[in-house]
Design a binder for this molecule. Structure first.
Ligand SMILES: C[S@@+](CC[C@H](N)C(=O)[O-])C[C@H]1O[C@@H](n2cnc3c(N)ncnc32)[C@H](O)[C@@H]1O
Length: 270
């Protein structure tokens, strides 16, 4: 099971077999809710790139979005109604083309996966994979993950969060656009249940150092790596598209695995 397989402290969840919920598809509420306008301004960690979208990806968006994409998610998302079960929910921010998301979801059918992305071709690609692989444990939101975390995901609702190869924004003047910042990590951590985890990875060494610093400074998180630094890529995490590109360019890969404390950190704790 994803990160928990290599963890010492396992969290217990009541897991309804996903097959019990398949027949429920028709009974699930329509994937549409209303989202309060996001009046809070924040720096976007992405640019909305249209990119090249294939005919198949466009068709998948047209034909399959109603089934798997939440349009305008409301506050808060009822995960039990959305997935038709009470299985733990793993959030993935910025899934790109979704190949990693689909592979992990296929191997962990008793877990639910919520992917947030703003890239239309990537959303089409993940929809195609969902359909081809017959997956029922993935839902997609096409929006800014920061707004969704603020308005649509309640505290402690997530079991885990994956952020694999977030945009590195290499120019110094753009560093403020990096998603891994103290305020964002605090928000994200507040949505994760006790003993849940946050897994990040990057191929950009200077961003990796920033991530390590920010995650280590978050009082609710503890580094799962015994040495307190970076972790090896765990077996369950497939190589992503951006990771492959980084490796071709000779970039070193850094994984960061942090777990959420189960009780409030003491004031003196890091
Ligand atoms: C560098 S790509 C990595 C994609 C994929 N995880 C991989 O490793 O191949 C980062 C992705 O994050 C998405 N992204 C960045 N900020 C986001 C945000 N705030 N909400 C949703 N998606 C975001 C971008 O659209 C982009 O597709």
């Amino acid at each position: 099971m994803v990160f928990d397989s290599c963890a010492s402290g396992k969290a217990n969840f009541s897991s309804t077999p996903i097959c019990d919920t398949l027949a429920n598809d028709n009974k699930s509420p329509p994937l549409r809710m209303t989202m309060p306008p996001d009046h809070e301004r924040h720096i976007r960690s992405f640019v909305r790139r249209q990119g090249k979208i294939t005919v198949g990806q466009r068709k998948a968006r047209l034909d399959l979005a109603a089934k798997w994409v939440l349009s305008k998610p409301g506050s808060p998302i009822d995960f039990e109604a959305l997935f038709g079960n009470r299985n733990p929910v793993v959030l993935e921010i910025g899934f790109g083309m979704g190949e990693t998301t689909a592979t992990i979801a296929q191997k962990n059918l008793l877990w639910n996966f919520l992917g947030i992305e703003v890239y239309p071709a990537g959303i089409g690609a993940l929809l195609q994979r969902i359909e081809t692989l017959g997956l029922r444990n993935i839902r997609i939101i096409e929006d800014d993950a920061v707004s969704i975390l603020r308005h649509a995901i309640t505290p402690l609702a997530l079991h885990a969060a994956h952020i694999f190869f977030p945009d590195p924004w290499p120019k110094k003047r753009h560093h403020k656009r990096r998603i891994i910042q103290a305020e964002f990590v605090s928000l994200l951590t507040s949505r994760i249940a006790p003993e849940g985890y946050l897994h990040c990875a990057t191929d950009w060494p200077e961003y990796a150092d920033q991530m390590l610093q920010v995650l280590s400074a978050e009082p609710w998180l503890r580094n799962h790596s015994p040495a307190g630094g970076f972790a090896e890529r765990p077996d369950w995490r497939p190589q992503t598209k951006f990771e492959s590109r980084g490796m071709r360019l000779g970039h070193p890969i850094a994984d960061l695995c942090f777990r959420k404390h189960s009780s409030p950190p003491s004031p003196t704790a890091k």
